[in-house]
Design a protein around this ligand. Structure first.
Ligand code: V47
Length: 396
């Protein structure tokens, strides 16, 4: 097979299962290094770890308020306290969202929002707790590290104690938002006052120590350079070496509309695919890479399944953050549509829950479900979707 000379040593490392360096990561972003060759390498790793599986879940989003004390330049969702666009949901509206999710067979609710000037710590705990009590089987993936850092400030408590409160109230895992770009050269220009890299990573470390699984993200395609991205990925990889608590990495393409950076262009699909592939190659210790279809668009998300990604996120309901910033993707997908996207891309669709256990649906009433076996990991620590017990669970 033809291979670009700059990629040869990297290919040797990947084939031998060796870790890539910062320098290797920079080579992968060089414009003369062909994207399709980088993609092929990433696909090698993707299939080694996840076989032909492509995961999705049935999920909904809840953004209880958009009012936020911070003014991140990339955000189109936030509102000032007195802006007519600002809203805060009440308990009834929040519970109605839970009911809608359960009635539609969702296994997960993804909860994030603004840091409201006038809502106290108890409000954030309370809304998780009423949802958890009313819908105990709905997994609540709630609050980013940035929100948790704000809770530390509101509650005047250390992070460990805040996360213990969150677990007590019903939080099942943490989403990966708020990471943006860790390097201060970029972070200070995007979101100067919010939790810095050290805090973000420390909060995830503590969550992992307390038994919560979490996700991680990177916001790319704005003012950062390739080396900021590689630096970001290496910081995530280092924490994962120590805790093993990250499940999924989600590269997030910047959407400029209605933001403080609206003069920038949206990153190209080529940068999306390259970033997907580089992420798979650099993050050798994170089992899943997500192609978030809401943000990538359906076509790019499908191709991403051959450029390192093994997960499309979910069917999604009520997404606001990307749609406020100009995303033109649908508001949600049906189960049939998401499965078809995966099959068209040549992959095997597998419904998972938030913790990457298989989900088995009642064939008579598909809104009813139960957790199946975990996606298996062999003695070498590799993940396999296509083990015999897994195939049996899927076909039963
Ligand atoms: O932290 C905000 C990003 C994140 C814009 O954990 C923007 O499974 C692009 O983290 N253009 C929130 N990006 C979304 C997020 C997420 C999404 C899907 C799944 C998971 C998961 C997490 O969205 C923010 C920020 O990095 N963001 N505004 C924008 N205009």
């Amino acid at each position: 097979m033809k291979i670009h000379p700059k990629l040869r040593p990297i290919r040797e490392k990947v084939e031998a299962g060796q870790r890539l360096s910062l320098q290797d990561g920079l080579v992968l972003y060089e414009p003369d290094v062909p994207l399709n060759e980088v993609g092929q390498l990433a696909n090698l790793v993707r299939e080694r770890i996840n076989g032909n599986a492509a995961y999705y879940n049935l999920n909904t989003h809840l953004n209880p308020t958009n009012v936020c004390v911070y003014r991140c330049t990339f955000c189109a969702f936030r509102s000032d306290l007195r802006d007519p666009k600002g809203y805060v949901m009440n308990d009834e509206q929040i519970l109605a969202r839970g009911q809608e999710a359960v009635d539609n067979g969702c296994t997960e609710m993804h909860i994030v929002g603004g840091l409201h000037h006038q809502r106290d710590y108890q409000w954030y705990l309370h809304l998780v707790s009423i949802l958890h009590q009313a819908f105990p089987n709905l997994h609540l993936k709630a609050w980013t590290a940035v929100e948790i850092n704000w809770f530390e400030f509101l509650a005047k408590k250390p992070v460990r104690s805040v996360i213990e409160d969150l677990i007590e109230s019903g939080v099942g895992s943490l989403p990966g938002g708020g990471a943006e770009i860790f390097h201060p050269e970029v972070r200070d220009r995007l979101c100067e006052h919010k939790a810095d890299a050290t805090h973000w990573l420390e909060i995830h470390r503590t969550a992992h120590q307390l038994g919560l699984r979490t996700n991680c993200t990177m916001l790319y395609g704005h003012i950062e350079q390739p080396w900021h991205r590689i630096d970001h990925l290496i910081r995530l990889r280092e924490l994962q070496d120590q805790t093993g608590g990250f499940q999924t990495f989600i590269p997030l393409a910047f959407h400029p509309e209605n933001t403080g950076l609206s003069e920038l262009k949206k990153p190209s699909s080529l940068l999306d695919l390259r970033t997907m592939a580089v992420s798979r190659l650099m993050l050798d210790n994170i089992p899943h890479i997500k192609a978030y279809w809401i943000m990538l668009g359906l076509g790019t998300a499908q191709i991403a399944l051959s450029y390192g990604a093994d997960d499309l996120d979910g069917t999604v309901r009520h997404e606001l953050i990307y749609h406020d910033a100009g995303a033109t993707t649908p508001e949600m997908l049906s189960v049939d549509a998401i499965r078809q996207l995966i099959q068209e891309a040549g992959r095997d669709p597998i419904e998972r829950d938030t913790l990457y256990r298989t989900v088995i649906r009642d064939t008579d009433d598909p809104t009813r479900w139960q957790v199946g076996p975990a996606i298996a990991r062999d003695e070498d620590g590799r993940w396999h979707a296509s083990t015999p017990q897994f195939a049996r669970a899927l076909s039963s």
